[in-house]
Design a protein around this ligand. Structure first.
Ligand code: NAG
Ligand code: NAG
Length: 351
C-alpha cells in the first residue's frame, strides 16, 4: 500500500512541474523527421524564434524554417520536410554483381565478383551526406592460372590462343600423347577459380600382345611381337569366305585390340529340281556351277500361288553357311521336272 502511495505522489509532482513550465517559457522542442536546430539553450521565452535546419545528409523540401515560442509556452508547428540526399544510381560491374536496396543517404551497395574473379577495391560503398558514394565501384579481375603443365611425351592444345604466361579462369586445355604413348586420366584440364589447373593426365607406353588369327582368314602382320598403341593390323578371308566386321584392328589404349572380324562361310543351294534367281538371272539348278552363294548374298526360289495359278519369287539370304529354303517352295517330282517343266512356278505367268 505504501508503495502505491509513493508512486501516486511521484506522478502528481511531475504534473505540477509541467504545468508551471508551460506558463511563460518553451522548453527545448522535440524535433523529428531529421530536423535539427541551432543553439543548445534548454528554455526559450515567448516570442523567441528558433531556426530549423535539416540534419546532415538531408535536404529541405518545403515549409518554413523557423518556429516561434508562443505566449502559452508552446512552439508553433512546422511543416518543414527533410528528405535524404540521393546518391547516383550505381553502374553494373563486369564479371561481378552488386546488391543494393536504396540509393539514399546511408544506404549501402554490396559488390561481389563472379567465381574465378578477384576484387580490387572496396566490397561495399555507403552513400555519404554530400550525395556521393564513399568508394568507387571495385573491379573484378580474372584469377590467372600459369600455363598448363605439359606431361612427358605429350602436348597441350589450348581452347584459345594464349598470350603471355598466364591464362584466365575457365580456359580448357586438351592433352594429346605422342604414340606409342597413350593418355591416362582426363584428357581435358581446366584453369580453376583458385588459379590452379585440374589434374594433368599422364602419357604412358601401351602395348598389345600379337593379334589373334582368325579361322579361314589371314593377317597383314604375323610377327610374334608386342604391338604399340595405335598400331594397326589388317585381316582378310580365304575365298569364298566373306569377312564380316572391321577389316582393320587397332591396338587400343587399354592394351587390347579392337574387335577382330570373322570369316563367314558360303552356302550351297540344296535343291535338286528347281530354277532359281541369282544376281538377276534365272538359272536351272543343274547349271548353277559352282553351287555356291556367298555370305549375305541373296537367291530367290519360285513358289506357286494356287488360287491365282501364278508363280512368284521368294528371296532367301545366305547367313554363314546356312540358306533356308522358303516354306512355300515345293520341289517337283522328277517326272514333272523333266516332262512338264513349263508348268513349274518359275515358268508360268508371274503373279
Ligand atoms: C550488404 O552487406 C551487409 C554486410 O554483409 C549486410 O548486412 C547487408 O544486408 C547487405 N546489403 C544488401 C543490400 O545486400
Ligand atoms: C563528400 O564527402 C566526403 C566525406 O566527407 C568527401 O571525402 C568528399 O570529397 C565529398 N565529395 C564532394 C563532391 O563534395
Amino acid at each position: 500500500l505504501q508503495k502505491m502511495e509513493r508512486l501516486f505522489l511521484l506522478c502528481s509532482g511531475l504534473l505540477v512541474t509541467t504545468v508551471t513550465s508551460q506558463h511563460n517559457v518553451c522548453s527545448r522542442p522535440q524535433l523529428s523527421g531529421n530536423i535539427e536546430m541551432s543553439g543548445i539553450q534548454r528554455f526559450s521565452s515567448p516570442g523567441e524564434e528558433l531556426a530549423l535546419a535539416c540534419k546532415e545528409g538531408y535536404t529541405p523540401l518545403s515549409g518554413p524554417r523557423k518556429i516561434v515560442c508562443t505566449i502559452n509556452g508552446v512552439w508553433t508547428s512546422t511543416k518543414l520536410k527533410c528528405i535524404p540526399k540521393q546518391c547516383p544510381h550505381p553502374e553494373l560491374i563486369t564479371n561481378g554483381e552488386l546488391f543494393y536496396e536504396d540509393t539514399v543517404y546511408q544506404s549501402a551497395i554490396n559488390y561481389t565478383c563472379h567465381e574465378g574473379y578477384m576484387m580490387t577495391g572496396e566490397s561495399s560503398a555507403v552513400c555519404q551526406a554530400n550525395g556521393t558514394w564513399g568508394s568507387p565501384a571495385p573491379e573484378c579481375i580474372p584469377i590467372p592460372c600459369g600455363l598448363a603443365p605439359v606431361p612427358l611425351y605429350g602436348m597441350v592444345i589450348y581452347d584459345k590462343v594464349i598470350r603471355g604466361n598466364t591464362v584466365n579462369y575457365g580456359l580448357k586445355a586438351t592433352y594429346i600423347c605422342n604414340p606409342p604413348y597413350a593418355l591416362f586420366g582426363n584428357p581435358v584440364a581446366e584453369c580453376t577459380a583458385s588459379g590452379t589447373w585440374t589434374k594433368t593426365p599422364e602419357c604412358q607406353v601401351v602395348t598389345c600382345p600379337p593379334p589373334e588369327s582368325i579361322e579361314r582368314g589371314y593377317m597383314s602382320n604375323n610377327e610374334k611381337r608386342e604391338f604399340f598403341y595405335r598400331e594397326r593390323v589388317k585381316y582378310g578371308c580365304e575365298s569364298p569366305y566373306v569377312l564380316e566386321g572391321n577389316v582393320e584392328v587397332v591396338c587400343q589404349e587399354n592394351g587390347k585390340w579392337s574387335e577382330k572380324p570373322s570369316c563367314k562361310a558360303p552356302c550351297s543351294v540344296n535343291l535338286q529340281r528347281a530354277r532359281i534367281l541369282h544376281n538377276g538371272k534365272k538359272i536351272w539348278i543343274e547349271n548353277f556351277q559352282p553351287n555356291r552363294v556367298l555370305h549375305l548374298e541373296i537367291v530367290s526360289v519360285y513358289c506357286m500361288n494356287e488360287a491365282r495359278k501364278c508363280g512368284y519369287a521368294v528371296p532367301t539370304q545366305c547367313i554363314d553357311g546356312t540358306l533356308n529354303i522358303p516354306k512355300c517352295f515345293e520341289e517337283p517330282s522328277g517326272v514333272e521336272y523333266t516332262l512338264k517343266p513349263n508348268s513349274l512356278p518359275s515358268e508360268i505367268d508371274q503373279c
